[in-house]
Design a protein around this ligand. Structure first.
Ligand code: BGP
Length: 493
């Protein structure tokens, strides 16, 4: 056993998001979000968005590229199941859950605030007091155990009214609404929360073109506009936080689309470099450095976008750059110019070719601890700001035994590999300050809406149809992670 590879105040913890975990979707004055009209699915079938037409008939369209018909309004429709309505019910279980996190030894807990719980439509003059009280209670409970909250301000749940009636992030007016939301929660929780992430996986706005081949530029370009408006919104609130709450630490959160060239052909090397720039570094470069990278110009040109649209906000981007960098890391993929065969290597928001040197999960996501060490080194070298790994984990099917135990050696093995990789990256010189593995308690999958794709160290009795007691059970990984934290990452047996 090595000693003291992790810094003394390392933030060991876990991560969740309101839309997938909190539930209580129509309680306490909360307004609806897009995820409330999104059905459950499986890994081979799409989630659907449901709607009602003016004549009262109802319908659905696929998240994999479908479109809402003219005149349709999003609606919860009888006969469908919407897993995010309940999540795994943090809303009613937060005390019990936080006690379990504390028992594991958490130093940090990542969660998000549901925007529509604070501003139900997004454009009200006054916030919803019940919503404010709920998060105050949660943060106070975390503090009672000495757990530092890490708050994602926007994690895939813009109020439905903004999405449907105001044109979402395509509309620059959304920036002002987001600012109002942030000013409210900053002031409200200034004594309880120090670490903030503005947008979860902000680069997801432009990911479609990396997954679906040959999309026309008219389909791809709006993602860049949306992303730019989010960059501006983030920069504005980061600047505001720095000016008004100097104790705050503001971070970005980028989906870790880390990839390799499939072969050592220099052409593959270049293809991969371009992928990494376009889908991963594009966001980090703007948010950490405070300006668009040189290669962005080429991207805009290819998509027929006017550079002036992006350049007009240069000053605020410069003034609102973040204090630390965080990302999600699940898997890696490979890129090549050598084949046109369909890509077979899936991952979080990514698609590439399978890597013969790594293993794959039941959902086909690559498992690559060395890639975590590699990416930490690359990112640290590029940005020189503290880093956090704020999502990582293995989605797998778990079995609850008669005696209430859950044996998940596969998850322990996955986590052990990634903790080892982080230890090595720290030895390499990387300034890594936090690790909050994803779905530390079972919650609804973002991509498939399933419950059976579980990430937790705490099992929640709930199935894909919404049946279950919602009782909590400790998995074997719960005890493993507790030991890991107690020994500050040294006892990984
Ligand atoms: C990330 C999201 C999370 C989470 C995770 C796992 O993209 O930030 O919300 O869900 O991926 O993905 P999935 O739930 O699809 O397995």
């Amino acid at each position: 056993m090595h000693m003291n590879r992790f810094p003394k105040n390392f933030f060991w913890g876990g991560a969740t998001a309101a839309n997938q975990y909190e539930g209580g979707w129509n309680e306490g004055g909360r307004g609806p979000a897009m995820t409330d009209v999104t059905t459950g699915a499986t890994k081979d079938t799409p989630r659907y968005m449901t709607y009602v037409l003016p004549d009262g008939s109802t319908g659905k369209y696929s998240q994999w590229g479908g479109q809402k018909p003219e005149g349709a309004r999003y609606a919860v429709v009888d006969g469908y199941y919407y897993p995010n309505h309940i999540g795994t019910d943090f809303y009613h279980h937060y005390k019990e859950d936080i006690a379990l996190f504390a028992e594991m030894g958490f130093k940090m807990f990542r969660m998000s605030i549901s925007w529509s719980r604070i501003y139900p439509k997004g454009n009200e003059k006054e916030p919803n007091p019940e919503g404010l009280t709920f998060y105050r209670n949660v943060f106070t409970e975390l503090r009672r155990y000495g757990i530092e909250p890490l708050v994602t301000i926007s994690h895939y749940d813009t109020p439905l009214y903004i999405e449907e009636d105001l044109g979402n992030w395509q509309n620059p007016d959304t920036i002002g609404l987001f600012e109002t939301f942030c000013h409210t929660i900053f002031e409200e929780y200034k004594d309880l929360v120090t670490y903030w992430l503005t947008f979860n996986e902000i680069n997801s706005a432009i990911m479609m073109s990396s997954i679906v081949p040959d999309l026309p530029s008219e389909t791809v370009a709006p993602g860049y506009v949306k992303l730019h408006n989010q960059f501006v919104a983030s920069a504005r609130v980061v600047k505001y936080a720095h000016e008004n709450y100097p104790q705050f630490k503001m971070g970005c959160m980028i989906a870790g689309l880390i990839s390799y060239p499939l072969t050592c052909d220099p052409k593959d090397m270049l293809a991969n470099q371009e992928k990494m720039q376009n889908y991963f570094y594009y966001a980090g470069d703007v948010m950490v450095r405070g300006y668009y990278p040189a290669y962005a110009k080429k991207t805009w040109k290819n998509l027929g976008l006017d550079p002036a649209f992006f350049e007009k906000d240069a000053q605020i981007l410069r003034e609102g750059h973040v204090d630390f960098f965080s990302y999600s890391y699940y898997s890696t993929s490979c890129h090549t110019t050598h084949t046109e065969e369909p890509k077979d290597g899936a991952g979080n928001l990514s698609l590439g070719y399978k890597n013969p040197y790594i293993g794959y999960s039941e959902w086909g996501w690559g498992m690559d601890p060395d890639g975590l060490r590699y990416s930490l080194n690359e990112i640290w070298d590029r940005y020189q700001v503290p880093l956090m790994v704020v999502e990582n984990g293995l989605g797998a099917i778990d079995t609850l035994e008669e005696d209430g135990s859950i044996h998940d050696p596969y998850r322990i093995e996955y986590m052990r590999g990634h903790v080892e990789a982080m230890a090595k990256a720290i030895e390499d010189g990387v300034d890594l300050i936090a690790y909050t593995p994803w779905g530390c308690i079972d919650l609804v999958s973002a991509s498939t809406g399933e419950m059976r794709k579980r990430y937790g160290m705490i099992y929640v009795d709930m199935d894909d149809e919404g049946k279950g007691t919602l009782n909590r059970y400790k998995k074997d990984s719960f005890y493993w992670y507790k030991k890991c934290i107690e020994s500050n990452g040294e006892d990984l047996e």
